[in-house]
Design a protein around this ligand. Structure first.
Ligand code: ADP
Ligand code: MG
Length: 614
């Protein structure tokens, strides 16, 4: 018995009996199908502060002692909880992945994030039985570390002691299921589109096999270090690994942004402003000149339509997919980055991304995980319940193109490869940008062909904007002015004011700042969007409905017999509904009115004209 065990053993037994007696009885009944006793940290804290403090500081020893104590409890049934685990949830030490430091080593920490990768579940040996080939004796060696331990002291058989040769007897060894995960910071916890950081996680036994990429979780565990291996020996650097003790699944739409009562008041007041649409549009990428119609559509995408679950089990997405196609250098990438900043959950990715998972998902043989098959979620999985902004979509991989059909409409991604079968969720809105194949857009050639995307895929976008870079003197000089102003707005100009001989007047600086500053600050805008998406589920009024139906049937009729680049299908009608709902959400209104329908039709018409349907 170790010191920790004897010191805390009695206390732990009392804690279990006082607080978890029913759960222990249930565990005993179900054992070994159920193998874990889940303990709430706050209960332990209530029971004995010293004990709970010890758990945070010396989790390895204390969990060991707790499992030993659990085994010793007298049960009314004839059973021994030999391999039962004690899993503690609600650990208060919540540390962001990027803030993990050496002081957290060996401590109990709680890491929140999204699962990015998960390996296959494979057995790990926990006790190896070495059979001596000379005397036949079995020598048992516990395998606690990463590296396989041999019986260095020699055979333990009577009068043998030989250093081998040995053979590992599989039947006499003990194995446990093991799975490696990689957890990554959730998009909503990243400031201004910075790259997410990730952490490796080891899970064992009943924790394995339940988690797939895209799941939002809190993993409570012990932070361990693992020495890096160099080609010729060991490195002085260590990598961090979390040894999972328990996993808490987070609700799919848990509150990521804290909205205070003051925020709510501000949001409600904004929503009553008759100029709310102009204000919202003016707050999307204010440093980009023009593109009012695109910014309006981006606003609708941020607010999103309402998802519908039909009685027959079918589901119609509420997310609005949008695509910007056009000549290079016209601020497509900038618009994408801005939307990611404004979305409560935005992920930025490029179609030419080097990672194996690409945009959707991939099953890869990962060297990092001893060549185990690993399933890795791509941008659309990581953006679940948010917006995935994908730049350079024309350069995406062929596998992604075919997976996108499912990802955009059913909002799932199926992976079936090498024994891994999984369905990942991708309930996100896609905002794509693509450059035409030949550098410049040719208005007389087919759209699908120019951005090398099949028409079937294009038809899944609710809105496609084609932007042409046609020289226009008046417009060019206005853009030029705007760009130069945004470059010199703010502090820089204020500094210049102080320079002797500066020609920049105070009036000028004020005027510039007005142009460039967003009307609604990004922080409150994100909250406004989150609030609307969470609380507002608008329903369509009769005259709005009729208006959309008339427009749609007219569109179908005019498209008859023509070979349009993007066919008008029932999808367009669904798109019109989504866009109108989003328009109502901007006002936080529970009814979709004729005004919303008209706005939607105006935006849709603009797009269709450019794409070549008219
Ligand atoms: P794209 O992705 O379309 O090739 P970028 O987003 O990289 O283009 O834009 C190139 C540069 O030109 C950016 O720095 C952008 O801010 C600027 N730019 C282009 N059009 C505008 C505009 N209308 N207003 C302000 N800046 C613009
Ligand atoms: Mg670009």
């Amino acid at each position: 018995m170790t010191e920790t065990e004897s010191k805390w053993g009695e206390k732990l037994k009392k804690f279990f009996k006082d607080y978890y007696w029913n759960e222990i009885l249930q565990l005993a009944n179900e054992y070994p199908d159920q193998r874990s006793l889940e303990v709430d940290f706050t209960d332990m804290e209530k029971f004995d502060r010293e004990l709970s403090k010890e758990l945070l500081e010396h989790p390895g020893e204390l969990i060991f002692a707790a499992e030993a104590a659990l085994k010793e409890i007298d049960l009314p049934v004839e059973k021994s909880l030999e391999q039962a685990h004690v899993r503690v949830i609600k650990i208060p030490n919540r540390i962001p992945i990027r803030e993990l430091r050496s002081k957290h080593l060996s401590r109990f920490v709680a890491i929140e994030g999204m699962i990015r990768k998960a390996t296959e579940v494979r057995p790990r040996i926990t006790e190896a039985a070495f059979q001596c080939l000379r005397c036949g004796h079995l020598t048992l060696v516990e395998q606690n570390s990463f590296k396989f331990e041999e019986p260095y002291a020699g055979c333990e058989g009577d009068n043998c002691g030989k250093k081998g040769p040995f053979k590992v007897s599989i039947e006499d060894s003990t194995f446990i299921d093991a799975q490696k995960l990689q957890i990554q910071e959730s998009p909503e916890n990243l400031k201004g589109g910075s790259q997410p950081q990730s952490l490796e996680v080891d899970t064992e036994d009943d924790l394995t096999g339940n988690i797939t990429p895209g799941d939002r979780v809190i993993i409570n565990g012990i932070l361990k270090s693992r020495q890096r291996a160099l080609k010729d020996g060991k490195s002085t650097f260590y990598d961090l690994v979390l040894e999972a003790n328990s996993i808490e699944r987070l609700d799919k739409d848990f509150d990521e942004l804290e909205i205070t009562p003051e925020d709510e008041e501000q949001i409600l007041e904004l929503s009553r402003d008759p100029a709310i649409y102009e204000k919202i549009i003016g707050s999307i990428a204010p440093s980009i000149y023009g593109y009012e119609d695109i910014k309006e559509a981006l606003a609708l995408q941020l607010f999103s339509g309402v998802v519908k679950n039909l009685p027959d089990g079918a589901r119609i997405r509420g997310d609005i997919h949008m695509m910007l196609v056009g000549d290079p250098g016209i601020a497509k990438s900038q618009l994408l980055r801005y939307v990611v900043k404004l979305s409560p959950r935005g992920v930025f990715a490029s179609g030419r991304s080097a990672s194996a998972s690409g945009l959707t998902a991939a099953a890869v043989k990962d060297d990092m995980n001893d060549g185990r098959w690993t399933i890795e979620g791509g941008a659309l999985v990581m953006a679940d319940m948010g917006i995935a902004a994908v730049d350079e979509m024309d350069k995406m991989k062929t596998e992604d193109k075919s997976a996108l059909h499912e990802a955009m409409e059913q909002q799932t991604i199926s992976v079936a490869k090498a024994g891994i079968i999984a369905t990942l969720k991708s309930r996100c809105a896609l905002l794509g940008a693509a450059n035409p194949k030949y550098g410049r857009f040719d208005r007389y050639e087919g759209l699908a062909e120019q951005i090398s995307m099949p028409p079937a895929l294009l038809s899944r976008f609710d809105l496609i904007f084609v932007l042409l870079d046609t020289p226009n003197h008046a417009l060019d000089s206005r853009i030029a002015n705007h760009i130069l102003q945004s470059h010199y707005a703010g502090e820089l100009s204020e500094q210049r004011l102080k320079l002797p001989g500066s020609k920049v007047t105070e009036d000028f600086v004020d005027a510039e700042l007005e142009v460039i500053e967003p009307v609604i600050q990004a922080e409150i805008m994100r909250k406004y969007v989150a609030y609307a998406r969470k609380n507002v589920y608008p329903v369509m009024e009769e005259d709005a409905r009729q208006h959309l139906i008339d427009f749609y049937t007219g569109l179908r009729k005019s498209g008859e017999g023509k070979n349009t680049p993007v066919p008008v299908t029932a999808r367009q009608l669904e798109a019109l509904v989504r866009l109108s709902e989003a328009s109502a959400r901007i006002r936080l209104s529970n009814v979709v009115t004729l005004e919303d329908a008209k706005r939607t039709i105006r935006i849709t018409m603009n797009c269709l004209k450019n794409v070549g349907v008219d």
